[in-house]
Design a protein around this ligand. Structure first.
Ligand code: G4P
Length: 528
């Protein structure tokens, strides 16, 4: 058989993440998608979590314990002639930094919304990140097997709250106990709903917009309502624009129920009709602003995530790399841009749910996991060839919550330091040192990060820790030349970050203003 060319392999890649507010149904829809890709044999309903059969994307014990996705995982599967890389992201807002970095590694996003609740806080935040990048966003309005908000309101909300044009690809006929089906505008058909998938039917629509075969549904008021809505949208709604979709200015909207696996396949097929192949990435090439073209044979990629101990049975540390151009071949030598050192990539994995399989070949669009012994950092660029390539820095959030941390057992300092340094390198929390006592202080965006940190220190490093919460602080960096140790007080603690750069942790805005009045010449900056 002829080997596919590099560009045809790359053009088959579709790499995306699902964004949603917790409980909207991300895990359930992920399971369905994996099932279509033949990865899992039973779409273990999310309920299975409670009986011990966890979703394949939930790896870490703490995720299982709490029933939330803490870390992003990567799943790869084939469907409809495409190779799909699905990057899972934690839904909980305390892990938004992790999600943010993951969104830097995808070409499109799927937004899952609970149709009873509409757009929720976390969805709004994540949407903003995607829209800043201008990546295409596809919307799945979930849970139509329950009573939902008026579909017209849901569509209006996308436009009013998120400011994106919406283009409904289909429309629910009823919802909840009186759900009858979907009026499928995109595929010109009516899909009837029945509890069992085998009893559902697809009936093509005729010229008049009604199904060509009689079905009792058309006699219902719900059908008339759905058809009227579709007609109204046809006349007064947005024009379908593939160009707008590809620039993140219009979102195709699909209704359905992940739990009942209704409308999910329709969604996946529709998504694949428009989802973009790997896109060029901005980068500095030989110190000049330029673009990395995916089909360029020179291998380039960047690390967007580091995770230790994915598998508790093997002590390992994996750097997740998004390949931006060319192909990866096992054993290849790459340059690590930050240090200009050469690295041989021998030990690499790709991801299929919770089984990680060694791979020999991956191309632009794919995510690979590099076993790493501490050489790589989040945001690092690696490449082959003579041209020096550097992808933009991945943003770090300014932490808002702080806690002092120490080992409970002073005899076990070694494991304590090892755990802290590895987890900090992962970006799980940020680390600071009190500039006078040198005590360790952790910084986080949300408290759950501290809880996960404590849990992982105990479980993965056998290190019991004392965490003394310091509460909310306002972090401001300062020029080292402008400070003296006397400026530090209990209300504005002077600390150093991991790079040794000084910053103050102010108790509140009032303390910051007081400080600024006293030392008007000291310039405070919120980010590095
Ligand atoms: P998440 O990953 O976005 O947090 O959501 P997840 O898939 O875990 O789903 C959250 C809850 O919503 C689950 O209920 C799940 O069964 C339910 N759910 C997901 N999709 C649908 C849907 O299409 N229809 C209905 N009716 N329910 C759906 P759970 O585990 O029982 O939790 P809870 O509802 O008891 O809190």
């Amino acid at each position: 058989m002829k080997k596919p060319s590099l560009s045809s392999s790359i053009n088959k890649r579709r790499t995306f993440a699902i964004i949603s507010h917790p409980d909207a149904g991300k895990t359930t829809i992920t399971e369905n998608l994996l099932l279509f890709g033949g990865v899992v044999h039973q779409a273990g309903s999310v309920k299975a979590r409670k009986t011990g059969h966890y979703a394949k994307s939930d790896w870490m014990p703490i995720e299982k314990k709490r029933g939330i996705s803490v870390t992003s995982s990567v799943m790869q599967f084939d469907y409809g002639g495409k190779r799909i890389n699905l990057l899972d992201t934690p839904g909980h807002q305390d892990f938004s930094e992790d999600t943010y970095r993951t969104l830097m590694a995808v070409d499109s996003a799927v937004m899952v919304i609970d149709s009873a609740k509409g757009i929720e806080a976390q969805t709004k935040k994540l949407f903003k990140i995607c829209s800043m990048r201008g990546i295409p966003i596809f919307t799945f309005m979930n849970k139509i097997d329950r009573d939902t908000r008026d579909p017209m309101d849901l569509i209006g909300q996308l436009e009013d709250v998120l400011g994106i044009e919406a283009y409904p690809m289909n429309w629910p006929i009823g919802s909840g106990r009186i759900l009858q089906g979907l009026y499928d505008r995109y595929n010109h058909r009516l899909t009837t709903y029945a509890n069992k998938a085998k009893d559902r039917t697809y009936i093509p629509l005729g010229k008049n917009g009604d199904p060509i075969k009689p079905t009792p549904i058309t006699k219902t008021g719900m059908y008339k309502e759905a058809k009227d809505s579709m007609q109204l949208i046809n006349e007064a709604g947005n024009q379908f624009s593939e160009d707008k979709i590809l620039h993140g200015k219009q979102t195709p909207v699909f209704f359905g129920s992940a739990l009942k696996d209704f409308g999910v396949k329709t969604f996946l097929d529709g998504y694949l009709d428009f989802a973009p192949k790997p896109e060029p990435h901005e980068a500095m090439i030989n110190s000049h602003k330029s673009e990395v073209i995916p089909t360029n044979p020179q291998f380039t990629g960047f690390v967007f995530k580091i995770q230790a101990n994915l598998n508790p049975h093997h002590r390992d540390r994996i750097a997740f790399v998004r390949i931006c151009s060319g192909k990866f071949v096992k054993g290849m030598t790459v340059t690590l841009q930050r240090t200009q050192r050469q690295m041989r990539l021998n030990n690499v994995t790709e991801f299929i749910a919770n089984t990680r399989e060694n791979i020999n070949l991956a191309v632009a669009g794919d995510i690979i996991g590099l076993y790493d012994t501490g050489n790589l950092q989040i945001g690092d660029t690696i490449y082959t060839g003579k041209k020096d390539v550097k992808f933009p820095k991945l943003p770090q959030f300014t932490p808002e919550l702080f806690a002092r941390v120490s080992a409970k057992n002073v005899m076990k300092q070694k494991t304590f330091y090892k755990g802290i340094h590895q987890l900090v390198q992962e970006g799980a929390v940020q680390l600071f040192r009190d500039s006078s006592t040198h005590a360790y202080i952790l910084g986080a965006v949300g408290d759950l990060q501290f809880q996960v940190f404590q849990f992982r220190m105990k479980n993965e490093y056998h290190s019991d820790i004392n965490l003394q919460r310091m509460g909310h602080k306002t972090a401001r960096w300062v020029d080292p030349k402008q400070i003296n140790p006397r400026m530090s007080s209990s209300r504005n603690l002077l600390v150093k970050d991991q790079k040794g750069k000084p910053l103050f942790l102010f108790d509140n805005d009032f303390a910051m203003r007081w400080f600024q009045n006293k030392y008007p010449d000291v310039k405070l900056t919120s980010k590095l």
